[in-house]
Ligand binder design. Sequence first.
Ligand code: ADP
Length: 854
Amino acid sequence: MQFNTALGFFICALSLLCLQLDLQILSRLLSVIVLALGIATLSQYVFETTLGIDQLFMDHTIMTKTSHPGRMAPNTALCFSLCSLALLIGGLKRSLMISLCGAALILGAMALLGYIFKAEGVYGWGNLTRMAVHTAFGFVILTSGSIAYALSVKKNRRFDFWRLAPFSIATTVFILTLLSWYAVKEETQARNEAYFKDLTQETSDAILDRYALYEESLRGGLGLHYASIEVSRSEWKAYVNALNIEQTLPGINGLGYIDYTLAKNLEEYIESARADEAPDFQNHPQTLYPDKFIIKYIEPEEMNKEAIGLDIGFEPNRRAAAERARDLGVAALTKKILLVQDHEKKAGFLLLIPTYKTKNTPQTIEERREHFQGWVYAPFIGPKFLEQLSKVSREQLNFAVYDGETIVPETLIYKNAAIDMQGPYSIQTKIKIAGRTWTLQYSSSEDFQPPAKENTATLILLIGSIFSILLYATLWRLLHSKELIADQVEKRTAQLAESEQRFRATMEGSAVGMALVAPDGRWLKINNAMSDILGYSEEELKSLDFQSITYNCDLEADLDFVQKVLYGDLKTYQIEKRYIRKDGSIIWGLLSVALVREADGSPKHFISQIQDITTQKEAAEKILKANEELERSNLELERFAYIASHDLQEPLRKIGGFTDRLKAHLEGQLDDKALTYMNFVTDGAERMRELIQGLLAYSRIRYDKGESEKLDANEIVARAIDNLSETIAENEAKIQYDNLPTVSYSKVMMTQLFQNLISNAIKYRSKKNPEIIISAHKVSDFWEFSVADNGMGIEEQNLDRIFEMFQRLHRKEEIPGAGIGLSLCQKIVESYGGEIWVKSEHGKGSVFTFSVPI
Ligand code: ADP
C-alpha cells in the first residue's frame, strides 16, 4: 500500500468518526483533504503529469508493479474520490452518500475478488499501478461502515433503494467510460506506435537499399578489373561515365581504384601511373608504412582531384578498413572520416571492395594477402548519402544517424532536422553496413500523422463524463418527480380524507336536514335531522327515492330543476316543496340542491338540504288569510260608510229643512230659549251634513279614483286656488308656485289634495298674512310636492295625530273644521302608492309634503 493510500484511509476513517460524533465541519474538512488527494492523483493519470504529490510525505519504497514511484493506483484514487465525496455530503444527503459508497464498495470488492480469482485486469488498470490487496480490503470496510452510518441516520423511515438508482447507473456508465477511454487510448497508442515503427523501418531499409546500390556498382567495377589484366584510366572513365552516377547513385562522390604497392616499388609504380595518361601523378602524403594504398584514379576526376595519388593508408581509419577488406575479402566501410576532396568537412566514408589476382576471392587470409591487387572504392559524404531517403518518413520523422554504437556528437553522421529529437514516439535501432554498425535514432516529428486520432480517447472521456452527469440528472429528476407526485398524492388524499370527515361531521351535526342523493333520485345517505323531518329512518329511506315521497303537485317543478342541474344549465337550485312524511302528513320543505360531479364530469351525487318550513308556511298563510279578511271587512265598512253617509244625507236634509220651516211657522211664538234650541238643531244638522259629506268623500276614494289623465300640476294648483279665491282674498294670502311637473292622476283627486292643503295653510294662519309656497322635486322614482306656509305650526307631539280621521287640534268654535281633510289627503296619496308627512315648527309654519310615483 502506498503511503498516500494509507494516509487517505486514516483521514477517511477520522472523517467518518467525526460524522458519527456530529462534528460535521471537522468531518467535511477532512473529507475535502482526501477528495483533493484523490482527484489530484486521478488527474495525474489522466493528463500524464506530475503534481509532486506522490512522494510528498515519503519517498517511494514499493516498486512492485508501480507505474509511477509512490503513486497510488488509479482505481484507489477513484475510490478515495468517491468515499470522500460521500463523507462530504453524507450529513446532508443520505441516498447520495449510499450511492457513492456503493460505487466505491463495488470497485474495492471487485479488486478483492480479482486477487482471489487471480484476475489481474480487475485490480490493475492497464500497466498502471495496481490496487494493493489490503487497499481493496480497506475500501470494503470503509464503504460498508459509511453505508451503515447512512442507513442508521434515519431509522424510522424505510430506505427506498430506488434512490440509489440514479447514482449507481450514472457511476456505472462513468466507470465504463473510463474503461473505454483507457482501452481506446491504449489501442491508439499501439496503432500509432506500430505506424511509427513502420516508418522507421522504411527509413532503415532505404539506407540499406542505397548502400546495396553502392556496393553493386562497385562490384561492377570489380568485374571490370577481373575481366582485364590492367584497367586503364580511360577504360575506368568510360565505365563510370556509363554508370551516370550522379543520377543512379545519389550521394556518392565517385568511383575509383586504389592500388596496393610496397614502399620499395613506389618509384616504379608512380612511373607506370604517369604512363597511363597522368603525367602529373603524385603520391601524397609521404608515410613510413612499408605498403602504400594509392588512389590511382577516380571518376569523375574533376571533383575528386585532390584524391588522385592519395595514399589512404596514411590514416588509421582508412587503413583499417582497407586492410579488413583485403584480409576478409569483403566490402568494408571506414569509420567516419573527412574526405580530402570535401571542403565542407562533412562526415565522409570510403567503401572499399578488394580485388585479387585470382579470379575468385581466395580462401585464406594468407592467400588473399598474397594475391591481393587493390581496391575498387567509392568515397561518399554521409549527409548526402542519407538525404532524401523517403519523402513520407522524412516529413514525419526526425532522425539522426551515428557511426558506431554510441550516441555522441563526434559520431554523428547526419541529422535530418535541427530540432530536438523529442517527439511523442521515439526509437533507436542499429544497422550493419559493410562491417560497421550505425545507430539510428528516430523520433516523430511535428508533422507526424498518426493513423489513429489521439483525441478520440479524450473525446470519449469527455462525452462519457457529460453523458454520465446528464444521465444522473435526468434519472434523479425522474425519481424525484415520482417522489414529488407521491407526496402530492399523499397530501391530497389526506386533505380529501379530512374534508370528507369534516363534511360527515357537518352533516351529522347539522340541524338542517342533509342528504346525498343519487342522480336517479335514490337516497344514499341522510343525517339525523333529515330523518326527523321526513319521519323515515336512514335504512327505510335508502330503499326509496325522493320522487316517491314528494307531494304530487310539486314533483314536476322539482324534476325540472333536477334536469337543468344534470345538464349543467344550473349549478344549484332552491325551491319550496312539500314532502309526504312516513305518517302520511304533509310538510313544507325549503330544498337546496347542489350537484357533485366525478373527475370526468359525470354526475356523482346531489347534496340536498331540506329545512322544515311548515310552521312559517302556515303562519304566512294565516297572515294572508287575515289580510284578505281585513281587506274584505274594510271594504264592507267603506261600502257601509258610503251607503250610510249617502243615505243619511236625505233625512238630514229633511231635519235641516223642516227645522227651518218649523222656525218660520212658529215665528213669534217661540221664546228665546226655544229659539236657541232650534238653532242648536239647525247647527247640529248642518255639522252632521258636513261630517257626512266628508265621510262620503273619504269612502268614495277607493271606488272612484277617477280617470287617470295627463295633468299639468301648475293647472291643478291654479284650479284649487280659483276654488279658494274668496278665502284667499279675505285673508290676503300670497301663494307662489312655479315649474310644477306633469303627472298622470285623477284631476278631481289632485285638485282636492292641493285644495285641502292650501286651505289648511290659510285656515291655520298666524297673525301675519299667509304666505304659501308650492314646489316639487324629483326623488328617485317619485315626485315630492311640498306646500309650505308661515302659519301657526304644529306642536311636535301632534304631528302624527293630525292625519287621523276626525282628529283636530282646535275646538270648532275657535277654527271650524271636521277633521277629515288631512285623512282624505293621506288616503288619496296612499291610493296612488305614495306617502304624506309634515314638518313643522310651532309658531313659525308648517311644510306638508306628499310623494307620488312618477
Ligand atoms: P280640519 O281642518 O277640518 O280640522 P284637517 O284634517 O284638515 O281637519 O286638519 C286636522 C288638524 O291639523 C287641524 O285641526 C289643525 O289643527 C291641523 N292642521 C292642518 N293643517 C295645518 C296647518 N297648515 N297649520 C297648522 N295646523 C294644521
